[in-house]
Design a protein around this ligand. Structure first.
Ligand code: NAD
Length: 266
């Protein structure tokens, strides 16, 4: 059985890290595609989550907000069960929440590495596991989708911890694709290059300060080297996620989908 064989009339997605940036754009796009969306982010971002929910209402969509720390097992399982309680089912899990501290290898404390892995790897693992259990119970397949990065394909300087975590996300995703295929569940990650969100602004600030150059210079440099002459927008990434969540992606699984405008070539 696959999602394309048995598409339910209601389609429900969870998006983590939904309060801003890429997660916000994915939530709005999935709502536009007819998904009812459970919006999850840290409780400290509740106001922003409510704003996203209001924006979804404005375009005629339906959403619920469920404050969740993706590093906490009980909270992730509660996210899935509350989603099912309030929206009736779960078809798509978008494990988007992530953090990207910049830190040279020699200066990195093991605690920082643990923190990065806690959000980026443990968070994705818990989201995939809790969602897959629900999807298997429903018996009509599902889609697991997670945020990776071009940093999950090749490591760069000063972000080794982040890159290692995104390599791990890709490995978890491949394992999920292999083990859950028999239930009609696909698993794919999206790998953006630079997306000009708050996360990126912070990366630019850290890198330019390390190099003693003006803030924003690194972002501009990345625009200049991109064949399309710009960096990605959150909506560019949301388009890829909408595809991965759609019927058209029924036979796509275990993949790391690059969204780079061509500044990475496969
Ligand atoms: P962002 O910092 O703008 O937003 C991330 C969201 O995740 C925030 O709302 C934050 O509150 C939430 N979050 C952080 N820790 C959490 C936790 N423990 N539990 C729940 N929510 C948590 O980042 P973004 O640029 O929108 O990035 C989204 C994803 O895309 C991340 O996984 C990131 O690694 C990945 N990515 C981003 C870029 C980029 O250039 N911005 C490039 C490649 C991949």
């Amino acid at each position: 059985m696959t999602l394309s064989d048995q598409t339910p009339t209601r389609r429900v997605a969870i998006v983590t890290g939904a309060a801003q940036g890429i997660g916000r754009a994915i939530s709005l796009r999935l709502a536009t595609e007819g998904f009812e969306v459970a919006l999850a982010d840290l409780s400290t971002s509740s106001d922003k989550l409510q704003e996203v929910s209001r924006d979804i209402k404005k375009i005629g969509g339906r959403s619920v907000t469920i404050p969740t720390d993706v590093t906490v097992e009980a909270e992730v399982y509660a996210l899935v069960s509350k989603t099912v309680e309030e929206l009736g089912r779960l078809d798509v899990m978008v494990a988007n929440a992530g953090i990207a501290p910049v830190c040279p290898f020699l200066e990195m404390k093991p605690e920082l590495l643990d923190k990065i892995f806690s959000v980026n790897v443990r968070g994705v693992f818990l989201c995939y596991q809790a969602a897959a259990k629900q999807m298997i119970k429903q018996g009509s397949g599902g889609r697991l989708i997670a945020a990776c990065s071009t940093s999950g394909l090749r490591t760069g300087p000063n972000v080794s911890g982040y890159c290692a975590s995104k390599f791990a996300v890709r490995a978890l995703n491949q394992g999920a694709a292999l083990e859950f295929g028999k239930y009609g569940i696909t698993a794919n990650v999206y790998c953006p290059t630079v997306v000009e969100t708050d996360m990126w602004k912070n990366i630019d600030a850290e890198i330019t300060s390390m190099q003693g150059i003006e803030a924003g210079t690194y972002t501009q440099k990345r625009r200049d080297v991109n064949p399309l002459g710009r960096n990605a927008t959150p909506e560019d990434i949301a388009g890829m996620v909408a595809f991965l969540a759609s019927k058209d992606a029924s036979f796509v699984s275990g993949q790391a989908m690059q969204v780079t405008g061509g500044d990475w070539l496969s």
